[in-house]
Design a protein around this ligand. Structure first.
Ligand code: DAH
Length: 347
């Protein structure tokens, strides 16, 4: 028989249990135990109808007190546990918007290509057109049409990579210079001609400190009425001014190239020591930059132009060498090692 006293005892036990509940499931079980259909409170409530009036009044008051009190305690504990659950989830799933993002690695233009773009731009600004030709070139365009006869030492297999393609094993080769683009352009275009042709060239050289079997050149060609060596000089002085700033002195030393007459090598006063001698210029004060000359009449007529009507000048510059000088890179192979620690320095 449930009395108000046993109800209050049960209520005391329930208070402790509710305060100890560690989770919502715990609390659900405790609520069921002390307030559910089988609980002392429920049993007492069901017995009220059959009880006499005094018992009904006393027991009824106790049932009301205990169930209201416990109900409030359970609701309060439930709210606390729910808040704790949410706080825990927030803490574990938190997204810190103040953390720096993941930065994707940024690519760079290779030092040689940056130099390629820079020198092409200088000539485009002068009105030159950019031309290109095949890297697998005919011996005719790479040599014969450039006045380089079959017995010329540059044609030896020790210098040139032949592709052994077609009937003549030495008829097709990896071009050793960008000069064949001169011929291809002249074969297909009327004068006046003002073109530059940057590109990749190949030689049978082992990779060492200063040589690479693959490197880059930019060819220049101007053919028009009355062009002379003086025009070549003015053009190249402008080129050096644009590349290294005004103040570099230039000088031409006589040289021989089969496709120009006269031919010269262009030297520039060293941009680091201004001519007094340093490591970059091997203590000479001068840096060799390119080969050049007045286009040989043979080249003009072989490509279908009349050397009595037009004349021109040409030059060929090594792009890799300019990039190395610009950045103080001591060995050409650093450019092709694909070591990002090196390449990323030339942004
Ligand atoms: N083709 C030459 C070389 O690879 C460079 C050169 C020299 C190009 C004189 C020219 C030139 O157009 O006129 O060494």
């Amino acid at each position: 028989m449930t009395t108000p006293d046993t109800l209050r005892e049960a209520a005391d036990a329930a208070e402790v249990a509710v305060a100890d509940a560690r989770s919502i499931t715990d609390l659900d079980r405790i609520e069921d135990e002390y307030l559910g259909p089988e609980s002392a409170v429920a049993v007492a409530r069901r017995s009220l109808r059959a009880a006499d009036e005094e018992t009904r009044r006393e027991l009824g008051r106790a049932v009301h007190e205990v169930s209201t009190h416990l109900g409030a305690l359970v609701a309060e504990r439930r709210a606390t546990l729910e808040r704790a659950a949410i706080d825990g989830r927030l803490a574990s799933e938190s997204l810190d918007l103040t953390l720096p993002g993941r930065v994707p690695p940024r690519g760079t233009v290779h030092a040689v290509h940056a130099m390629w773009d820079e020198i092409v731009d200088i000539f485009v600004a002068l009105g030159y057109t950019v031309a290109s030709g095949p890297e697998a070139e005919t011996a005719y365009h790479n040599f014969d049409a450039l006045n380089t006869p079959p017995w010329h030492p540059a044609r030896l297999e020790s210098d040139t990579l032949y592709l052994d393609y077609g009937d003549d094993p030495e008829g097709v080769l990896l071009r050793t210079q960008t000069s064949p683009v001169q011929v291809r352009w002249l074969e297909e275009h009327p004068t006046p001609v003002y073109v530059v042709a940057p590109g990749r060239v190949y030689r049978r050289d082992p990779l060492d400190v200063t040589h690479s079997p693959v490197f880059h050149q930019m060819e220049g060609l101007a053919v028009d009425r009355d062009l002379s060596f003086a025009d070549l000089k003015g053009t190249l002085q402008h080129f050096i001014d644009a590349l290294y700033g005004k103040g570099r002195r230039i000088r031409f030393l006589p040289h021989f190239f089969p496709f120009t007459e006269p031919s010269a090598e262009l030297f520039m006063s060293c941009h680091l020591c201004d001519g007094s001698g340093c490591r970059t210029c091997s203590n000479k004060g001068w840096i060799e930059l390119l080969g050049c000359g007045v286009v040989d009449p043979y080249v003009l007529s072989a490509a279908g132009h009349d050397p009595d009507e037009v004349s021109g000048f040409a030059f060929g510059v090594g792009i890799d060498r300019l990039a190395m000088a610009r950045h103080g890179i001591p060995e050409i192979r650093h450019l092709w090692d694909a070591d990002l620690r090196v390449l990323e320095q030339f942004r």
